[in-house]
Design a protein around this ligand. Structure first.
Ligand code: PGA
Length: 257
């Protein structure tokens, strides 16, 4: 089954209730892009308000705790996210791996908790510039993913159905630099092979692999037209409906009508 391109906005730590108007505009505009699946991951505080108003787009979170609940001051569980209307959670983003020192094992524990709670997971991976320059990017990403993907959940098939992978080279995030199309194609092919190995031919082939890192309306068409690119995880350019939907438009153009 070929899936629709998946365009996900990662609002990071941006957005107060004033941004609800932008979310509304994105939701309305999504009606003109039905060949594309559009979603946004706002800060926790905006998940429920956006969920209540959105008709088409899914809303998700940017993190969750690995436990169901308990004495974890300041944390939010996957079940709480689902209760607030989140349909998915972004996990293993490099800003959390680096800034909050999240290990592969912790990221996997969070992914297992999210799948248990009925959420979909967008699992991020990506190398830093030194690793890319040393020629070790593909190996690094394969190891990182192998150690981070949800696996300990009993039903692997069910897990695969709720999984998306996002390849985001760290040096391309928020920098205006993007990986070359050849490098993107090489990495996405390696990730596809790994997913087939882990989840079997049928399920592993269906998991969408997003590219992220300075995706904008101007470069989206080329990136989204690259083999094995099933969508984009968009930071800065997802903060206004205009630029975000410019990317959705480019995604729609890559789909055969
Ligand atoms: P960017 O961020 O589009 O601003 O580079 C992407 C991301 O971090 O998900």
């Amino acid at each position: 089954m070929t899936q629709r391109p998946y365009i996900v906005g990662n609002w990071k730590m941006h957005g107060t209730r004033a941004m609800l108007a932008e979310a509304r505009a994105i939701d309305r505009a999504a009606q003109r892009h039905m060949r594309v699946e559009v979603a946004i991951a706002p800060p926790f505080t905006l998940i429920h308000p956006i969920h209540r108003e959105a008709e088409l787009i899914a809303v998700g979170a940017q993190n969750c705790h690995e436990a169901d609940g308990g004495a974890h001051t300041g944390e939010i569980s996957a079940g709480m996210l689902a209760d607030a209307g989140a349909k998915f959670v972004i996990l293993g983003h490099s800003e959390r791996r680096q800034g909050q020192k999240e290990s592969n094992a912790l990221v996997r524990a969070k992914a297992d908790a999210a799948i248990e709670a009925g959420l979909r997971v967008i699992m991020c991976c990506g190398e830093d510039e030194a690793t890319r320059d040393a020629g070790g990017a593909v190996d690094f990403v394969k190891k990182q993913l192998t150690a981070s993907l949800p696996k300990s959940v009993e039903d692997l098939e069910d897990t695969a159905e709720r999984l998306t992978v996002a390849y985001e080279p760290i040096w391309a995030i928020g920098t205006g630099k993007t990986a070359s199309l050849a490098d993107i194609a090489e990495m996405h092919a390696a990730i596809r092979a790994l997913l087939v190995e882990l989840y079997g031919e049928e399920k592993g082939s269906d998991i969408r692999i997003l590219y992220g890192g300075s995706v904008k309306p101007e470069n989206a068409r080329d990136i989204l037209g690259t083999a094995e690119v099933g969508g984009a995880l968009v930071g800065g350019a997802s903060l206004t409906a205009d630029s975000f939907m410019g990317i959705a438009l480019a995604a729609g153009e890559t789909v055969d009508s």
